[in-house]
Design a protein around this ligand. Structure first.
Ligand code: SAH
Ligand code: SF4
Ligand code: F3S
Length: 447
């Protein structure tokens, strides 16, 4: 590669899960420290960071089409952008990207992006740079302090996964489970609140596997961290995601009844309602143990909104086994959920299992599952009509004085008010749609 001028503007495009969104924000902060500014909306950036996801085939392939599009647009304009590939595809296929896409000058894995500024210097001097090392924690210490925050902020507390579900790439792209130290998290949360955050969502591939030592030197789990964060003045709401059924403990369940700032929402993926399929997935819970766990959350917090993840068409899944998933859905009545067609991922053991399910069968199963989940989501929203609740304003609506925010149950609520981003308001929920609710302003809670 030829030496080039240093980029003046950047754009970070994040795909995949919320942990990638968090990483994307941190990369943007690193670039800003180097004096590079965000490209204005609608304008081309000198440096584009593609922060990728490897979870399903479609997500992973997207990176190559995106690179192609950037190169083409750059050629038409007479100035190609510098391209960095970050995230889970970078981790899984770093060398392949470098070989397949000469336009890419940097490949940086999710545990190495604190090195982006040095890699950028290298790229400017004409040398392509790759870093997919996985040193635990090093990254966080090397990142700049938080200075700006949206009303609702993400905070990664735990990274990596040791569960090795047989279909999943995450243990390979994100490495082993690690917990960030308690004090670092309290400090980062305080900074986020000073920078404007009213709500913090604690993130981890298995967030409830987080453990640490509190200020008194006592071992604590996620519930202990949540109790401490609830003490921060100015922080109104706490959420956490994604949990694994096997890492749940009594303290976290109890916290839902004890901590007012902890929102009544639980995302607990189940993947399937069939015990045979769950075993083949290496999920280490049964449909029954999962249901009993949910009952305990409902006992601690009766209005808790439940959410989950599902995979249809795992290798060997029969019609009858798929029906068991529908039965589980009927029992739980999720407020909201995500469902996916199984996607064979390189290097995972399920990819070579017998009984790969034909695409048409997966399509049909996904449609039926999504119809059931959609029905329950609409019913949950409809049952909320008439309730009064607090809404944290996160976005401006389409019309003047129209605002959008989230209810405690993570529903999108829109309403009219003379208000501002980040205000917490009290509304009456007056009308329900499948994906959102209309509210009527009652009063301002805090500006
Ligand atoms: N750590 C979380 C989430 C992991 S990825 C958990 O264990 O629940 C988010 C979701 O993507 C998973 O819950 C699963 O439903 C889905 N997923 C993961 N690998 C997949 C694959 N190979 N094909 C289809 N969906 C997949
Ligand atoms: Fe993937 Fe399973 Fe780990 Fe979740 S628990 S990240 S699905 S291996
Ligand atoms: Fe995707 Fe990596 Fe997240 S594979 S879902 S971006 S952990």
């Amino acid at each position: 590669m030829k030496p080039t001028t240093a980029p003046k503007t950047y754009r970070v495009k994040s795909f995949g899960c919320q942990m990638n969104v968090y990483d994307g924000e941190r990369m943007a902060e690193l670039l800003a420290e180097k004096g590079i500014t965000p490209a204005p909306e609608g304008e081309d950036a000198d440096l584009v960071v593609l922060n990728t996801c490897h979870i399903r085939e479609k997500a992973a392939e997207k990176v190559y089409s995106d690179i192609g599009r950037l190169v083409k647009a750059g050629e038409e304009r007479g100035q190609k952008p510098m391209i960095a590939v970050a995230g889970c595809v970078a981790q899984a296929e770093g060398e392949e990207i470098m070989a397949r896409a000469p336009a890419v000058s940097m490949v940086v894995g999710p545990q190495a992006y604190h090195r982006l500024p040095e890699m950028l210097d290298q790229a400017v001097s004409g040398k392509r740079a790759t870093d997919t090392e996985m040193p635990p924690i090093a990254k966080f210490d090397a990142l700049p302090k938080r200075r700006k925050s949206a009303p609702s902020a993400f905070l990664t507390v735990q990274e990596g996964c040791d569960k090795f579900c047989t279909y999943c790439v995450v243990p390979y792209t994100r490495g082993a489970e690690i917990s960030r130290p308690y004090n670092d998290l309290i400090t980062e949360a305080q900074r986020l609140v000073e920078a404007g955050a009213k709500e913090i969502t604690l993130l981890g591939q298995n967030v409830n596997a987080w453990s640490g030592e509190n200020a008194k030197g006592h071992a604590v789990g996620l519930a202990g961290l949540i109790h401490a964060l609830a003490e921060i003045d100015g922080l109104s709401r706490i959420r956490y995601t994604t949990s694994h059924p096997n890492d749940m403990d009594d303290a976290l369940i109890a916290a839902h009844g004890e901590v007012g700032k902890l929102m009544p929402y639980l995302h607990l993926p189940v993947q399937s309602g069939s015990d045979r399929v769950l075993k083949a997935m290496n999920r280490s819970h049964t449909s029954d143990s999962y249901l009993r766990l949910l009952e305990r959350f409902r006992a601690a917090r009766p209005d808790i909104a439940l959410s989950g993840d599902f995979i249809v068409g795992f290798p060997g899944e029969t019609d009858a086994e798929f029906e068991e998933t529908l039965q589980l859905v009927d029992k739980v009545r999720y407020a909201q959920a995500y469902s996916f067609k199984y996607s064979a991922r390189p290097g995972t053991s399920a990819a070579t299992m017998d009984g790969q399910v034909p695409r048409e069968v997966m399509d049909e199963r996904l449609q039926r599952l999504q119809a059931a989940l959609g029905r329950d989501q609409h019913a949950f929203n409809a049952a909320s009509v008439g309730k009064n609740c607090e809404v944290l304003i996160e976005r401006k609506g389409k019309h003047a004085d129209q605002w959008l925010g989230k209810s405690p149950w993570l529903q999108s609520v829109w309403f009219e008010a003379d208000a501002a981003l980040g205000d917490l308001v009290s509304v009456e929920l007056v009308e329900a749609g499948p994906n959102s609710l209309a509210g009527r302003l009652l009063e301002m809670v805090s500006a």
